[in-house]
Design a protein around this ligand. Structure first.
Ligand code: DX5
Ligand code: ZN
Length: 221
């Protein structure tokens, strides 16, 4: 998959007991699989520990986009890269030393991502752009799939796009992305889209990924 638009389905709302077959439904039409790691500390929900996440990363037929919603993320983040993730995203709110951790992720062979929650401003993080391969602007409060897209985050997406300028940094949005909302996010400047419930609650998940990509590509061009 190579295009300026990337669709990264989240398996948070997939059938976790049959993950291989759930991923198989969408792998050939997706850029990455988005893996939401939650520790019940940074967010009020738990998904996978590192061992289970490593198994998923190892078994996945396409690259994993790991989104770490865990406290004290600095030590564990490079391990997700070493485990074979294509991309590892940390939350600015959960790290002691953003630059050091982003560099450690890259050194371990993955793309580095920096995420911020809805109440966090992007302004203080512009200075990390040289160490970032992807900014993630959350368009819901992290913790659960199936929440409503926060339209008021679009000004933050636009501000982040400005910070990125000509740099080859991807701009991801996560939360509430669907055929109804993706257009707004593209217009604000996003190019990388997480979609969980829109994909896995669709009667044809692969077709939904294709439709999201087509719509986003049309709006972007
Ligand atoms: C929320 C997660 C999202 C979520 C997206 O904390 O980071 O990735 O699974 O799911 P939807 O698309 O249903 O909002
Ligand atoms: Zn996520």
């Amino acid at each position: 998959m190579s295009s300026d638009i990337r669709i990264t389905p989240s398996i948070l709302n997939a059938d976790l007991d049959h993950l291989d077959s759930e991923i198989a439904k969408i792998a050939s039409v997706s850029d990455f699989i988005h893996l939401d790691v939650m520790d019940n500390v940074f967010v009020p929900n738990f998904t996978f520990d590192f061992d289970r996440a490593s198994e998923i990363i190892a078994a996945c037929p396409i690259g994993i986009d790991a989104h770490l919603m865990v406290a004290n993320v600095d030590t564990i983040a490079p391990l997700y890269a070493q485990a074979g993730s294509a991309s590892v995203t940390i939350h600015a709110e959960a790290t002691e030393d953003i630059a050091r951790t982003l560099r450690a992720i890259r050194k371990a062979g993955a793309r580095s991502g920096l995420a911020i929650k809805p109440n966090t401003s992007i302004d203080s993080y512009a200075s990390f752009a040289d160490d970032v391969d992807m900014f993630l602007i959350m368009t819901v409060e992290p913790g659960f799939g199936g929440q409503s897209f926060m339209t008021n985050m679009m000004s933050k997406v636009a501000a982040t796009k400005k910070i990125i300028g000509d740099r080859p940094i991807w701009l991801q949005v996560d939360g509430g992305i669907s055929l109804e909302t993706i257009e707004l996010a593209v217009e604000a400047g996003a190019d990388t889209f997480v979609a969980g419930s829109a994909v896995f609650r669709a009667s044809d998940p692969a077709q939904m990924v294709v439709s999201l990509r087509e719509l986003a590509t049309r709006v972007a061009n």
